[in-house]
Design a protein around this ligand. Structure first.
Ligand code: F6P
Length: 324
């Protein structure tokens, strides 16, 4: 492997810059040429490559977003799009590709490798923490801290006005952000996609809290929760069923994707970036670099894309006990 290309794809996540930096610097260390591709798979299709050296990535470890830009490419989902991408990779003499992104990005990477026998390695970068085969994805820790900081602020005003707040957080079909930020911010209830508590149990529990003397409440709702109501409908429903509280809804939105990465995410991104280059140099391909029990590991991309076996049970119990 003499020439490696790197791109960021899908929803951006804090720490992606740190991961690119680690890839570029590992290439420099192992004396391999490194090329950045702009706008994810769009840049592969449009032949938007740039050569990067160790100095190209200075002063970015602390920056949110991704300086290579990101996109969710529709064209790359077509065989024609991937064919164009492959031709450009070959024209630029690229031997292997590192994709920093989430499951959608890995699906594209696997297709490219299967159809054209092109070596790819994935680095998990998404705030959702929803990838199988890694304990953490890059950006998740920073997003959690952003959410907890935001909820702390909402708690101040909730408590001043004796209000009940429903706060929607991101995470797509995973409840990791909701569950962990909910525990960290002391939420009374947490609704996650993996465990449908049902709206009636929610109301019962809120009534109990009210009786026990709680004057304000925070309910964290994962965007993918299975209550069958969107957060505004849920807010109306709670308002109807509970007359003691003044109810407000707050959707945190894309604030969760921005900001300077936490130290945890910077270190994680550095380990995974170096690991990705080393994996390619060892001849591995079609794998994702992950972190399991603090060790950098590799799993086949296919495994990374399979359903995640997650055990939220203990955390759900902790949330129940600590919100009494
Ligand atoms: O996958 C990251 C994520 O932020 C999800 O949590 C969210 O559902 C989605 O991306 C939002 O995507 P977009 O920025 O394209 O609206």
């Amino acid at each position: 492997v003499k020439n490696i290309a790197v791109l960021t794809s899908g929803g951006d996540a804090p720490g992606m810059n740190a991961a690119i930096r680690a890839v570029v610097r590992a290439c420099s260390y192992y004396e391999v040429n490194c090329f950045g591709v702009y706008k994810g798979y769009e840049g592969l299709i449009d032949n938007d490559f740039t050569q990067l050296n160790a100095r190209s990535v200075r002063n970015i470890i602390n920056k949110g977003g991704t300086f290579l830009k990101s996109a969710r490419s529709k064209e790359f989902r077509t065989k024609d799009g991937r064919q164009k991408a492959y031709v450009n990779l070959k024209e630029n003499s690229i031997d292997a590709l590192i994709v920093i992104g989430g499951d959608g990005s890995f699906t594209g990477a696997l297709k490219l490798s299967e159809e054209f026998d092109f070596p790819v390695v994935g680095i998990p970068g998404t705030i959702d923490n929803d990838i199988n085969g890694t304990d953490y994805t890059i950006g998740y820790d920073t997003a959690l801290n952003t959410v907890v900081e935001a909820i702390d602020k909402i708690r101040d005003t909730a408590s001043s006005h004796n209000r009940l707040f429903l706060i929607e957080v991101m995470g797509r079909d995973a409840g990791d952000i909701a569950l962990n930020s909910g525990i960290g911010a002391g939420a009374e209830e947490i609704l996650i996609p993996e465990e449908d508590m049902g709206v009636d149990r929610l109301i019962d529990s809120l009534k109990k809290s009210e009786k026990s003397g709680k004057t304000s409440s925070i309910i964290v709702v994962a965007e993918g929760d299975k209550s069958g109501k969107n957060i505004f409908e849920l807010g109306e429903y709670v308002k109807e069923k509970l007359d003691g509280y003044d109810v407000r809804v707050s959707v945190l939105g894309h604030i969760q994707r921005g900001g300077s990465p936490s130290c945890f995410d910077r270190v994680l991104a550095s380990k995974l970036g170096v690991g990705a280059v080393e994996a390619l140099l060892e001849g591995l391909q079609d794998v994702m670099i992950g972190i399991v029990h603090k060790n950098v590991t590799t799993v086949p991309l296919k495994t990374a894309l399979s359903k995640r076996i997650h055990k939220h049970d203990r955390l759900i119990k902790v949330a129940d006990i600590t919100s009494v």
